[in-house]
Every structure is written in structure tokens, then in C-alpha cells.
Design a protein around this ligand. Structure first.
Ligand SMILES: *Cc1c(COP(=O)(O)O)cnc(C)c1O
Length: 434
């Protein structure tokens, strides 16, 4: 399969190049030339397959031409080491729990698959790979943990100082070894901008083999499509149309869902739910895409003012507004609405949602109000304990930290403070990786 750039359709590369480079020239994003539908036989037998088997079928369909089956199977198995159960929260409303991985958020799937694929490709060249990642919280921890001690790789995490939770910060600042954390005096958008600059900086790229682990890397998206199929496979009753609500920030997760749909998964509608960082909901109501500075909210992993996967999502629909609007509706919600949803679901169903999942839940409820006979799934993207303070305060209860998180909390934070000036970052970088 070949991959083209969203900026220049004639810029075409192999999977290896797309994965190693992460970003195409001039901020382009790589897209597969073709997304083939899975056969009917797969959909008929889906309910009898394991999560790993489903992952393998989907991965083979997407990249089976580029990676030998044995290697691909190893990557899929390494990625799917934990379940993604579909839990009924209310009648016809299900939570797809994507937080059972090592860092308790859905980004574990993408990070683990990417580390497998990069290790496979780096084995074919003898240069150390430096993975740059800007994070608003969860990406950094998932990538740091997915790559920790992976030979031939170094990870540099840039995060906005004081704008990620203690638990998130501990998960990428305490590992040491091949993981370096840069604490940026600025916002997430500053971090993302510095990473983007670094990739287009020719001088730097001649010195260092840089690659990206942000959701702009196509390898992050591929495994995220697995669990949409798996969610569908777990539904007992598929008589009614199925809709999926995706709490979104950079829109990688939603794009992966739309890829699953393009492969034939019968999802009737997707709901793109955001917090008040509402650039995409505004686009759906106005047809105008206007990036904004990001605003802090309690669902901070979605505090994104210029969603980096938006061009990819739109490209999937040939930049046709009507086509995209047929498949996706979009809403946004305030922190107050998010908290009341968390309280309501806790009191009526005894189910604890994290603030991100709660935004997804709200999107679903809003849509289902006018579409009664549909079955709804929302993605629960993080374990509530990852956002312990706000969840405890909102629900007025104690949330136990899972063992894995306890271990991180006892480690010592090691980070390097830096300004949000690109030049400062550029001069520091070579000293980090020797
Ligand atoms: C990253 C993240 C999101 C947003 O996902 P995108 O793919 O960036 O839209 C939502 N919830 C949590 C918990 C996250 O970590």
C-alpha cells in the first residue's frame, strides 16, 4: 500500500517512510491510497473472534502487503495485551472501556503498535530513532511506556508545565533511561508547534533521525480502528442502528473510527464530542474551520485549539462537507455539563466516568434524544483514577488508584525546564540524545 500526503497528493511514500517520518512535508498527513472493505464473511463471524483475531484481520487488510504476517501478528499481540470490554451503562447505552492498558488510557493501543512497527523498521537501518512527542497528558505517558527500553529508540516528551495532572506527569517523568521529559513554559499548542517545526527543520533532520509518535503518525491510527470492530462484535443485539460517540481533541480516535466504517463496519453515525475547545463542532455548523488558542478544561487531554487530525478526517471524505456531515454530527459541552453527567450516571447507574468519557456520554445522550431507536456506544478513553482529583471532588467519593499507578507515583520526577522558543529546544535536543 502506498501513502499520499494530504497537502500534496503526488507526494507518495511507502508505509515504512510514512511511519518513520510521521509527518509529510509542509505539515501534510499521510493517508493510505486505498481503504479496502473487509469481506462479509468477516462480519458474519466477528462475534466468535477474539480481540486479537479481529485486530489481526483488520491489520492485515490495512498493511498486510507491507509487513510479513508473522511480524504483524507479533505487533498485534503486543498491542492487544488487555481487554476493551463493552459495558452496559443504561438501557441501549454502552461504554467501550479503552483504559485497561498500562497507562490507563486508550493511547496505549496506538503507542504499543507504533513501538512494534518502529522497532521492526529500525531493525532494517542502523540509526538510532528519536521519537518526539508533544503531549497534553496522556500521549506522553502512553508513548514513554510503550517505548521504554525499546532498543534503538529515544523518546523526547514535550509537555506544558503545570497543565497536566500529577499522575500524568509522573508517568513520563519518572522512567528515565531512554525517556527524556521537557517541561515547557507554555501551552500544549506551543509544544505541538515546536515538534512540528523540528520536523520541517532540515538542518536538524540531517543531524538526528527524528520521528513522531503523535496521533499524526498513521501507525497510531491503525490499531485504534481495531476496537471499533471489537465493540460491534460484543453487541448482543444489532437490530437497531449503532452510533458511536467519540470524545475528541486531536481527532485521531474519531478518524480511526471513520476508517473502520470505510472498511465496512456498519456504524450508522459518529458523534464528535468536545469540551469548549469547539473548533470542530463550529466547523460542522458553519463549514468554516478556524483554529483557536486552547482553553483549559477538566477533560484536559482534549484541550486542543488546532486539531491535528482534522485535515486527515476531512480528506477521508474528499474534503466534501456534505459527505462528512452524513456520517458525523458534532457537539460540545462545558465543564459544568460534564460534571453533572458524571454525577447523574454515578447516582443512577453506579458507573464512574472520567471527564473525557463523560463528554462522549453527553454527546450520545444529546443525539439519542432525537433518535430513539438507536443503540449508542461512547468511548471511555481513560480510567477515572487518572483524573482522581476532579472525579473525587465531583462525585464526592474516593477513587482507588490501581496498582500500576501507585508504582509511578512513588518515583522521582526528572524533567528539564525549557522556554517555548523553538531555538532553545533546537539547541538542547542534540545534547539529550548522546
Ligand atoms: C487523547 C485523549 C482524547 C482525545 O483523543 P484524540 O484522538 O486526540 O481526539 C480523549 N480522551 C483521553 C483520555 C485522551 O487521552
Amino acid at each position: 500500500m502506498r501513502y499520499y500526503s494530504t497537502v500534496d497528493k503526488h507526494h507518495i511514500v511507502s508505509l515504512q517512510q510514512a511511519v518513520l517520518k510521521g509527518l509529510a512535508p509542509e505539515q501534510g498527513l499521510y493517508m493510505p491510497e486505498q481503504i479496502k472493505r473487509l469481506p462479509k464473511e468477516f462480519f458474519d463471524s466477528m462475534a466468535t473472534l477474539t480481540f486479537q483475531e479481529i485486530g489481526m484481520r483488520v491489520a492485515t487488510q490495512l498493511i498486510g502487503e507491507d509487513v510479513p504476517a508473522n511480524d504483524l501478528e507479533q505487533m498485534v499481540k503486543h498491542t492487544i495485551q488487555f481487554d476493551a470490554p463493552l459495558v452496559e451503562v443504561e438501557e441501549n447505552i454502552f461504554s467501550l472501556e479503552l483504559f485497561h492498558g498500562p497507562t490507563l488510557a486508550f493511547k496505549d493501543f496506538g503507542a504499543r503498535f507504533l513501538s512494534g512497527l518502529l522497532a521492526y523498521f529500525s531493525g532494517r537501518q542502523n540509526k538510532e530513532i528519536v521519537i518526539l512527542v508533544a503531549t497534553s497528558g496522556d500521549t506522553g505517558s502512553a508513548v514513554a511506556n510503550g517505548f521504554y527500553n525499546v532498543p534503538g529508540t529515544k523518546v523526547v516528551v514535550l509537555y506544558p508545565s503545570g497543565k497536566v495532572s500529577d499522575i500524568q506527569e509522573k508517568q513520563f517523568t519518572t522512567l528515565g533511561g531512554n525517556i527524556k521529559a521537557l517541561e515547557v513554559d507554555g501551552t500544549f499548542d506551543d509544544c505541538q508547534r515546536m515538534v512540528k517545526f523540528a520536523f520541517s527543520d532540515e538542518e536538524l533532520n540531517q543531524q538526528i533521525f527524528l520521528t513522531s509518535a503523535n496521533s499524526i503518525n498513521i501507525a497510531r491510527l491503525i490499531p485504534q480502528s481495531f476496537y471499533y470492530f471489537y465493540a460491534f462484535a460484543q453487541l448482543k443485539d444489532r437490530k437497531n442502528p449503532v452510533v458511536v460517540s467519540v470524545p475528541s481533541g486531536n481527532f485521531g480516535n474519531l478518524t480511526a473510527g471513520l476508517i473502520a466504517k470505510a472498511m465496512g463496519l456498519p456504524i450508522h453515525k459518529f458523534i464528535a464530542a468536545t469540551n469548549i475547545n469547539n473548533v470542530v463542532p463550529k466547523f460542522f455548523s458553519s463549514e468554516v474551520f478556524t483554529p483557536q488558542p486552547s482553553v483549559s478544561t477538566i477533560s484536559n487531554a482534549m484541550d486542543v485549539g488546532n486539531p491535528s487530525n482534522f485535515p486527515r478526517m476531512y480528506d477521508l471524505y474528499r474534503n466534501d462537507f456534505n459527505l462528512l456531515s452524513n456520517d458525523v454530527v458534532s457537539y460540545y459541552f462545558s465543564d459544568e455539563e460534564t460534571k453533572s453527567a458524571m454525577r447523574e450516571v454515578y447516582h443512577t447507574s453506579n458507573y464512574v466516568m472520567d471527564p473525557h468519557g463523560a463528554v462522549g456520554y453527553l454527546g450520545l445522550k444529546k443525539y439519542l434524544k432525537d433518535h430513539k431507536n438507536e443503540t449508542g456506544i461512547f468511548l471511555e478513553t481513560a480510567h477515572p483514577a487518572k483524573f482522581k482529583e476532579v472525579v473525587e471532588e465531583t462525585l464526592n467519593t474516593n477513587i482507588a488508584l490501581p496498582q500500576r499507578l501507585e508504582e509511578f507515583m512513588s518515583g522521582a520526577k526528572r524533567s528539564i525546564k525549557i522556554s517555548s522558543k523553538y531555538q532553545d529546544f533546537k539547541s538542547l535536543l542534540p545534547t539529550l540524545i548522546t
